[in-house]
Write a protein that binds this ligand. Structure first.
Ligand SMILES: [Mn+2]
Length: 231
């Protein structure tokens, strides 16, 4: 049984499927998605459908963490004043993938899926979270809001609290050079950003150094696997 953790997909379903093809998953394997499955890219609905097929047809255990973009969607449903914030941050593309123009029309199964997303997941000595942890709190795992939004928190890590665990996160796109540098320092440095901004291959004419969707296999030997955006 193998375990893979994957960074921000942002509606890039074809790229997600290309990466899954590289992983050659078998029944009983586990995949953790680090949040931001939706928004900005072309097929957010398809990403959720791919997750369901992995679970139902291929017997893969999939854990989908909540990202700030899933939270923006849920906030837009709770409070109409927050609708524009979501639409302007890629929500429009998500609605388009469903053929809808308002989130209230989203099918119940998808809404349930978004509502149920956990903020973090611990597996095999790794703490998985979308953005990071707020170490100013006595128990960083109680700061669920910070998990979605926090940036630049490495200097605040409480290593006594963390123990031997390694934090895997996404949320802040960084180039491959930075990701490989972090990867090469594991486990001495206990964090790894898996967001290479795969969706930014499509936006703003492509941002330098960004554009791959990444997975890490947690079993020995640890392995970093990436595919370039193919949308
Ligand atoms: Mn993101």
């Amino acid at each position: 049984m193998r375990t893979y953790v994957i960074g921000d997909i942002h509606g890039c379903n074809r790229t997600f499927q290309a990466l899954l093809g590289r992983l050659a998953l078998r029944p009983g394997d586990t995949v953790v998605l680090l949040g931001d499955l939706i928004d900005r890219g072309p097929d957010s609905k398809g990403v959720v459908d791919t997750v369901w097929r992995l679970q139902d047809e291929r017997g893969v255990h999939v854990i989908c963490l909540r990202g700030n973009h899933e939270q923006l969607l849920l906030d837009a449903l709770d409070d109409p004043q927050r609708l524009d914030a979501w639409l302007f941050n890629g929500g429009r593309q998500t609605l388009h993938s469903f053929g809808l123009d308002h989130p209230e029309a989203l099918p119940a199964a998808y809404l349930q899926f978004f509502y149920k997303m956990p903020h973090w997941h611990e597996i095999k000595g790794y703490l998985c979270v979308h953005g990071g942890l707020d170490f100013s709190a006595p128990d960083p795992l109680e700061r669920t809001d910070a998990m979605l939004w926090i940036r630049r928190w490495y200097d605040q890590i409480d290593y006594t609290w963390l123990g031997e665990r390694i934090i895997l996160h996404g949320h802040t796109p960084v180039d491959m050079e930075a990701i490989r540098a972090q990867y090469n320092k594991l486990p001495a440095k206990q964090y790894l950003n898996l967001d290479n901004g795969c969706v930014y291959a499509l936006l703003e004419g492509g941002r330098a150094g960004l554009g791959a969707l990444l997975a890490i296999r947690l079993e020995d030997p640890r392995e970093l696997i990436g595919v370039q955006n193919v949308e």
